[in-house]
Design a protein. Structure first.
Length: 376
């Protein structure tokens, strides 16, 4: 019998496991894939996550981004040097996720990879988790199993809007200048955008339909291939993967009896720029505190978790959703009169680096955007 079973070993699950184990609780993490495993993700991480941990992530940070280059339909560029911010981290998700789980194991977490959950049931005060490798029991359960969460489906949590996304990992030489630059392209993908993050020996190029649930994956591949050519890369030499993103849904319950949803299972994806790692890790840290409090007798701990996420992060994502709606009404005009302005580019960069929140800039951005023809 464990104090808590965590299903999923991504950033959210790993964060929850580490902090629960540090508090002395017995924790089991179940992961359906082998570890380390390849993950379809751009791999940009806000350095703001460091405040939640007492260890150094530098062993898995490949390079630091201090510049952002924006384009519209792969032209009309605007380049911004980020000032007075801690540069954004570039990571490979297989290394990053594995490193985090290793830290958790070092705190006493038990980890089982290649273990797929096939059923869950609450029997009295005990969760029974059925897997291909046997049955495990715990007092509490955390679902950290991604956008298509098996656990959330099995337990009847309301489904959320999912969008199509894809990534293309392409090997290649990365110049010193490109190593410090993140690239974003708007307009090439209708109701979506693309981004390119440099790594030590290649590029992670991604695309998502942030405003088009019916967007076709074929178009993602077509546009990612064209975007790769902009960087003199041969897409055929890369690894292409499609996946879903689970966008934030306001006021969605993130808990039930002795269970919490975290990460993408909770819809913790930024609806404007697609950031998911930092908000996911925030939910993991908060879930660990909630479960620990519940184990110590706090009857309101899990409900407080849902309220905390909705208030402290959900309100911010709601602002991002509002701005995304404005932007995609007339993206070309919004790009020229919004993104291309040096101050706006700086603000977006600071949000990526975790130095600003949407709540801090949304009102000012709205005042500028609402007077643009086609948007206001």
């Amino acid at each position: 019998m464990f104090d808590c079973i965590i299903v999923g070993a991504g950033p959210a699950g790993g964060s929850a496991a580490y902090h629960l184990a540090k508090k002395g609780h017995s924790i089991l993490v179940l992961e359906k894939l082998s570890f380390p495993r390849t993950k379809s993700c751009g791999g940009g991480v806000s350095p703001a996550i460091a405040q939640w941990f007492d260890f150094d992530f530098s062993p898995v940070v490949q390079n630091h981004v201090s510049q952002v280059k924006y384009t519209f339909k792969m032209s009309d560029p605007a380049e911004v040097e980020l000032k007075n911010v801690t540069p954004m981290w570039m990571v490979q998700r297989d290394q990053f996720d594995n490193f985090l789980i290793e830290q958790a194991i070092g705190q006493g977490v038990e980890f089982k990879a290649d273990t797929e959950v096939t059923g869950v049931s609450l029997q009295g005060d005990t969760w029974q988790v059925e897997t291909n490798n046997g049955v495990f029991k715990s007092k509490y359960l955390i679902a950290a199993d991604g956008a298509n969460s098996t656990v959330a489906k099995l337990l009847g949590f309301t489904d959320t809007q999912k969008i199509a996304a894809a990534s293309l990992q392409v090997p290649g030489e990365v110049s010193d200048r490109r190593k410090i630059t993140a690239f974003f392209d708007f307009g090439s993908l209708k109701n979506g955008f693309m981004w390119c993050f440099p790594k030590a020996d290649g590029y992670s190029i991604s695309a998502a339909y942030v405003r088009n649930p019916q967007g076709k994956p074929d178009e993602l591949k077509k546009q990612l291939t064209k975007y790769a050519e902009l960087f003199d890369l041969d897409a055929s030499q890369g690894e292409y993967r499609e996946h879903s993103l689970n966008l934030w849904q306001k006021d969605r319950p993130l808990h039930s009896d002795r269970i919490l949803l975290v990460g993408e299972a909770a819809g913790m994806v930024d609806p404007l720029i697609g950031e998911g790692i930092r908000p996911g890790m925030f939910t993991g840290v908060q879930a660990a505190a909630a479960v620990s409090n519940a184990l110590q007798g706090d009857a309101n701990a899990l409900a407080n978790y849902t309220e905390t996420i909705n208030q402290e992060w959900g309100a911010n994502l709601a602002k991002a959703d509002f701005l995304a709606n404005l932007f995609y009404k007339a993206p070309k005009i919004a790009y020229k009169l919004g993104v291309k302005r040096p101050t706006a580019g700086q603000l977006m960069g600071k949000i990526l680096c975790g130095e600003l929140s949407y709540s801090q800039v949304a009102d000012k951005a709205t005042q500028k955007l609402k007077f643009i023809p086609g948007i206001g």
